[in-house]
Ligand binder design. Structure first.
Ligand code: SAM
Length: 255
């Protein structure tokens, strides 16, 4: 077993059922499963959905599943790295996965920038779940929190102890449900500017927002100070105290 690929396999069928139930799948849904492994979630998804696209990086595991489901038309197995995979653009999708923990944040960031899905249910490290759901004024609050909450409503569903996996991971896991907002808080053409500001703000967590942004954005400090005030934010506060709404306003005045 290769733990470098985040291969901690779920062995508790009741947890698999609970994860799939959380995704509110209907018989008309196409579900993308990331990292099916030996297929414990795939088997549950098969009962509920119209079509499953299972994307597995490990050649041996992918071949085993291709063989297992060779007469099952509902399942398409794709043997590739999900970070390099382009999901279909014309279908409305749902995502379900027990994510490989070494790239869970990168996978979440990738799907946030897609717009043809409504629900994602992911098992992730408890610490990452805390970052997704964090309010401001917490050390968990950061770029990932804001990226997630401008596009989604985030719900923590339940924790899963290490004993439900083989091999047992060193961390506790949490199942989260992301529901994509019908109207995300930023528009497609605002994304680049918004994330440039958010990332710049959090590059220097201990500095004031005025100092962080003036270092990264190379804008005259006096002008920047006025813009920050215009967004209703104190230039002396730190990034982690600024609400998501505050960042949306800041990006608008700095666009
Ligand atoms: N779904 C299975 C389960 O619940 O038992 C396996 C979950 S295991 C935590 C993560 C799975 O993701 C493994 O099968 C691993 O090979 C696969 N994986 C790791 N990196 C991947 C990547 N970049 N793209 C697709 N699959 C990946």
């Amino acid at each position: 077993m290769r733990t470098r690929l985040g291969q901690n396999f779920l062995v508790d069928k009741n947890i698999a059922k609970k994860i799939v139930k959380s995704a509110d799948i209907s018989v008309s849904d196409t579900v993308i499963e990331i990292g099916p492994g030996y297929g414990i979630l795939t088997e549950e998804l098969l009962q509920k959905s119209k079509k499953i696209i299972a994307v597995e990086i490990d050649k041996k595991l992918a071949e085993e599943l291709i063989e297992k489901y060779r007469n099952q038309k509902k399942i398409k197995l794709v043997n590739t790295d999900f970070l390099k995979y382009n999901p279909p653009k014309k279908l409305k999708l749902k995502f379900v996965a027990n994510l490989p923990y070494y790239i869970s944040s990168a996978i979440i960031e990738k799907i946030l920038h897609l717009n043809n899905w409504d629900t994602a249910v992911f098992m992730i490290q408890k610490e990452v779940a805390n970052r997704l759901k964090s309010p401001p004024n917490s050390s968990d609050y950061g770029v990932l929190t804001i990226a997630c909450q401008v596009y989604c409503e985030v719900e923590k569903m339940f924790n899963v102890p290490g004993t439900c996996f083989q091999p047992k991971p060193l961390v506790t896991s949490t199942v989260v449900k992301l529901k994509r907002l019908k109207n995300p808080l930023i528009k497609k053409n605002e994304e680049k500017n918004f994330f440039r500001i958010v990332k710049s703000a959090f590059l220097h967590r201990r500095k004031t927002i005025l100092n962080s942004l003036s270092l990264e954005l190379k804008i005259d400090k006096k002008i920047l100070e006025e813009k920050i005030l215009q967004a209703g934010i104190s230039p002396l506060c730190r990034a982690e105290t600024i609400s998501i709404d505050g960042f949306v306003k800041l990006a608008k005045v700095l666009s």
